[in-house]
Write a protein that binds this ligand. Structure first.
Ligand SMILES: Nc1ncnc2c1ncn2[C@@H]1O[C@H](COP(=O)(O)OP(=O)(O)OP(=O)(O)O)[C@@H](O)[C@H]1O
Length: 253
């Protein structure tokens, strides 16, 4: 599924949080949104998972303006892992994961055998099978994050939108999740703070600063010391990963 942001602007209470953001993610492409705190990454993602409506411009999936689709229709193809607070109802992990099937169900909330297998597979993949009967509120931050990833997977989306998905995850789960995103074959738009992980995961990076797109391209072209200094205010040493060749930034404290 191809995602296009076409001159998307978001204005709230007179403040322009996103200014004419245009961005494409081709079918199966992994695009990383990076930028300093408050640069507008979450705001841009909210327009894609429809928690916000752009003040002007449009978000298109395979050429169709999202706002012309029902929420249920767009939820069948777009799954999101967000930073927005989750409802504090103490569902079990298995129930939360099964909720991912909701957009596909019509009046009959009983899971088919195939859907049950889908849930089991997503829980295996995210390493939460052993937590199935636990209440979601009793989990650690990282465990909960992995459950929400499982829920997004059972949605069987064509486009995955993730806001800081590595938050709370230990290093093994960070690496596993990002390797999954890179290899899953879905179109992915992901906001990441860690530029080294972003460089290793994404086909292309889009750099936001004060709500404006300042650079986009393959990580090796984008992550120059000058760009990082100009946008983030620190000057890194850029080296190549000895095995993969992707740029990695070293900081001197
Ligand atoms: N509802 C709102 N009303 C007013 N300002 C808002 C609102 N939502 C976000 N902002 C502001 O818009 C700017 C962009 O916020 P956003 O959360 O998109 O940034 P971000 O790049 O995701 O930041 P971070 O890296 O800190 O998560 C920030 O200055 C934020 O305070």
């Amino acid at each position: 599924m191809e995602l296009t942001l076409d001159a998307v602007s978001v204005e709230i209470s007179g403040a322009r949080l996103i200014d004419e953001l245009s961005l494409k993610a081709g079918d199966g492409e992994v695009v990383g949104l990076v930028g300093p705190n408050g640069s507008g990454k979450s705001t841009a993602l909210r327009c894609v998972y429809r928690a916000l409506r752009p003040s002007s411009g449009a978000v298109l999936v395979d050429g169709t303006d999202l706002t012309t689709l029902s929420i249920r229709d767009s939820a069948r193809s777009v799954a999101a892992l967000t930073q927005d607070g989750t409802a504090d109802l103490d569902f079990t992990v298995a129930e939360v994961v099964a909720l991912g099937r909701f957009p596909h169900q019509r009046g009959n909330p009983v899971l088919s055998d195939r859907e049950r297998e889908l849930c089991a597979e997503a829980m295996r993949r995210t390493g939460v099978t052993h937590l199935a009967r636990r209440g979601i509120l009793s989990l650690s931050g990282g465990e909960r994050q992995r459950v929400l990833i499982a829920r997004a997977l059972v949605q069987e989306p064509e486009l995955l939108v993730l806001d800081e998905p590595t938050n709370h995850l230990d290093v093994r789960h960070q690496v596993e999740l990002l390797a999954f995103l890179r290899d899953c074959g879905l179109t992915v738009l992901v906001a990441l703070h860690d530029l080294n992980l972003a460089a290793s995961t994404c086909d292309r990076l889009a750099v936001l600063q004060n709500g404006t797109l300042v650079e986009t391209g393959p990580p090796a072209d984008v992550l120059t010391p000058e760009l990082v200094r100009r946008v983030f205010g620190v000057t890194p040493t850029v080296v190549r990963h000895p095995r993969t060749g992707v740029p990695q930034l070293l900081y001197t404290l």
